[in-house]
Design a protein around this ligand. Structure first.
Ligand SMILES: Nc1ncnc2c1ncn2[C@@H]1O[C@H](COP(=O)(O)OP(=O)(O)O)[C@@H](O)[C@H]1O
Ligand SMILES: [Mg+2]
Length: 364
């Protein structure tokens, strides 16, 4: 049966804004979510993620700009005319209906013939891993199972877009990781456009094709997990995505795509972020796992310092090294490595390949 022939939409925000009086919850948002992609909206609490998702859903009316679905303006189209699926944190299931009847609900509303309903509900209940639970009421299910029912109900009518707002944030870590894996599989199998909101950077890195990072109602950067993690365009994005060293660099000379400057007495070279300008305040951004201690290879950057602290976290050893300038840098090395065994007070050389770091504008 060709009834499951799938359509996934592309969504665009064009100069989109949402103001509450003089407060701007969203500002000048320009962003395209390509058909079939898994796009995550990531940012701190209050950064405008839910406001944007609700605008896509049709529950919030933007005050400027527009939203397009496959090039068609849908900014003021009512929510029930958008055919988008939705999963929210604690989005209530019908407590008096079984799992199967909860999942069947959107199909009944759409007047799908009952023989088709039974087949599609059965398929969808299996797809989210709830075979054998179809007859149960929601209160007989765990929190994770309830979110799977919500997911099945949101996907059963083959929406062109699935919107998810922090669907796992109430669940504990191990359960959340299990559901993340399931969600990726469901995304692959359905081919639907997924727009997923989280404030958890590791969840965003693990799940997404593209991550859109928000702060104070503005889009700070959009890119693949590797692009935003390895090539953040601002200090905010660099720090939001995980631990990072930010080392002031002076006397920076730019050549094509690369700059060479100084930290204290040491010369440092690195690729340059878009927006970093010669003569402005600049910082070297380098992640702890990209540094090592030992002899620098040809062309490596090197900084001499003294180990000032060590913190073991199970997977690795974190070494804090203090430089002659007083700057502290953190590097993580494999536990049981020679470096991990060095005592506090050891004189070391911290080194890394030129491409392992990145020079950013210091926007603080
Ligand atoms: N109905 C509203 N009236 C006034 N301010 C609102 C309203 N809804 C959201 N806001 C404000 O807009 C900002 C962004 O909110 P939201 O989009 O919910 O952020 P996030 O989902 O990233 O945590 C917050 O400062 C919030 O207080
Ligand atoms: Mg929110």
């Amino acid at each position: 049966m060709a009834a499951h022939q799938h359509r996934a939409s592309q969504l665009s925000a064009v100069d989109l804004g949402k103001a509450y009086g003089s407060f701007h919850a969203l500002r000048d948002l320009n962003l395209t979510i390509r058909a079939g992609e898994f796009v995550t909206l990531l940012g701190p609490s209050g950064s405008g993620k839910t406001t944007f998702l609700m605008s896509l859903a049709g529950f919030t009316d933007p005050t400027s700009g527009r939203i397009e679905e496959d090039g068609v303006d849908i900014t003021h189209r009512p929510a029930d005319k958008r055919n988008f699926g939705m999963v929210f944190q604690g989005y209530a299931l019908f407590p008096h209906l079984s799992v199967a009847d909860n999942v069947a609900f959107p199909l009944k509303v759409r007047k799908v013939p009952s023989a088709d309903i039974a087949k599609r509900v059965d398929e969808m209940v299996k797809r989210v891993g709830l075979a054998g639970h179809a007859h149960k009421r929601p209160d007989g299910l765990s929190g994770g199972q309830q979110q799977r029912v919500a997911l099945a109900r949101a996907l059963v009518f083959d929406p062109a877009v699935l919107l998810l707002d922090e669907p796992f944030s109430a669940l504990d870590k191990s359960l959340r990781e299990g559901l993340q894996t399931e969600l990726k599989r469901v995304h692959r199998e359905t081919g639907t456009t997924f727009v997923f909101v989280t404030h958890d950077q590791s969840e965003a890195l693990a799940l997404s094709d593209q991550i859109a990072i928000f702060d104070h109602g503005r889009l700070m950067q959009i890119g693949s997990p590797r692009e935003v993690y390895l090539r953040p365009s601002s200090r905010f994005v660099a720090e939001f995505l995980g631990r990072i060293n930010l080392v002031p660099i002076t006397d920076c000379a730019f050549s094509t795509g690369r700059a060479t400057g100084r930290h204290g007495e040491a010369a440092i070279s690195a690729p340059i972020a878009e927006g970093a300008r010669q003569g402005h305040h600049l910082v070297l951004a380098v992640r702890p796992e990209h540094l090592r201690v030992g002899e620098p290879g040809a062309g490596d950057n090197a900084l001499a310092g003294t180990i000032s602290d060590k913190v073991y976290n199970g997977a690795e050893m974190n070494l804090q090294v203090v430089l002659p300038t007083g700057q502290r840098i953190v590097l993580s090395v494999p536990d049981r490595s020679e470096a991990a065994a060095l005592p506090i007070g050891s004189e070391v050389t911290v080194c890394w390949p030129v491409d392992g770091g990145y020079i950013l504008a210091d926007d603080e």
